[in-house]
Write a protein that binds this ligand. Structure first.
Ligand code: FE
Length: 331
């Protein structure tokens, strides 16, 4: 396995020299995917080369390389990003009964150009000294007057919140969602934070009472500081309610893959068995494949019902969500 050196590998000849069996572009953190590349190489004897970067430069690179690209597989976080990649024509439609049965329909592209591999829930966190869980119910309820000056949120610039608001638009329509997000902004205890970690720490410090974050950030902070007075709450679990907003990290085979069969086989391997468990647990996430066991540290947070709306809607409604947040002054 080799990490691609970007400067040396703009020409496809550089890959031919290495004779890779599979080339991956990944925006998922290297420390999370590298052990899986190594494990696959050990199991199959195949050689994987990979390039890590943020999703935007990787997508720009795939676009610029076009048919000359050596990338066979694109891995990234957030359905909004996967949707963008598919929308740009960077991913190909797969015909894979294995993937269709491994990954639930709401966690993959309806046209099978990308597949969720791990699930992250974007849920509520609350200060256990200041809030009783019985006071909490739904994302929507955080817009109510009782939460005035008590809510902390991450910046609207983060795609996670654009996806969250896209879910509100899907559930309540544009006008209904706008009223709700305006209510959130009116209830803020502090200006939006730059990261989920900062939101959790502000909740823990009592600067605010409740926040909205991805579960794995909570898991990491809880692991480092078990005394933090913060707990997770699963909202929207009542009868007829939509469930917890979830998103995915996932992957798709590139349109111009030189080794599409090898890429699909690797994707199928990631979607099942121990590889799937490892893909999720490495980041304290939930496996996308429901037949794969959840990491015990994650299972300890309790069971919840997911929102079954297709995660691709997060991408389709992303621009609308961004404009909505802008209109109500959510920075
Ligand atoms: Fe994240």
């Amino acid at each position: 396995m080799r990490t691609l050196v970007a400067a040396l590998c703009l020409a496809s000849a550089c890959f031919a020299a290495h004779a890779a069996d599979l080339v991956v572009y990944t925006a998922r953190n290297e420390q999370l995917v590298k052990p899986l590349f190594e494990r696959y190489e050990a199991e199959t004897g195949l050689k994987i080369e990979y390039l890590t970067d943020k999703e935007a430069p990787l997508m720009a690179r795939l676009q610029a390389e076009g048919a000359r690209t050596e990338a066979d597989l694109f891995i990234t976080v957030d359905a909004g990003n996967l949707w963008q990649a598919a929308n740009l024509g960077l991913l190909r439609e797969l015909n894979s009964p294995a993937l269709d049965s491994a990954i639930p329909a709401h966690l993959r592209d309806p046209q099978n150009r990308w597949f969720g591999l791990s699930v992250r829930a974007r849920t509520l966190v609350y200060n256990t000294d200041k809030v009783q869980p019985s006071e909490l119910s739904t994302y929507e309820a955080l817009a109510e007057a009782q939460w005035k000056g008590r809510v902390c949120l991450r910046s609207s610039k983060k795609v996670y919140n654009q996806s969250l608001v896209a879910g509100l638009i899907e559930a309540h329509g544009a006008e209904g969602a706008e009223t709700l997000v305006r209510g959130w902004v009116e209830n803020l205890a502090a200006d939006p934070f730059a990261s989920d970690d900062e939101v959790i720490l502000a909740v823990g410090a009592g600067r605010c009472d409740v926040g909205v974050v991805n579960t794995y950030y909570f898991g990491r902070l809880q692991r480092d500081n078990p005394a933090l007075p913060v707990a997770l709450f699963w909202p929207n679990q009542g009868d007829g309610e939509r469930g917890v907003h979830v998103n995915v990290s996932g992957a798709g085979v590139t349109t111009h893959a030189k080794r599409p069969e090898a890429a699909q086989a690797f994707l199928e391997w990631l979607a099942a068995g121990e590889a799937q468990a490892q893909f999720a647990s490495a980041n304290l996430e939930f496996p996308a494949n429901p037949s794969v066991p959840v990491d015990p540290a994650v299972a300890a947070w309790g069971e919840f019902r997911q929102d079954l709306i297709n995660v691709s809607r997060a991408g389709a409604l992303q621009a609308e969500a961004t404009m909505l947040m802008d209109r109500v002054g959510y920075r």
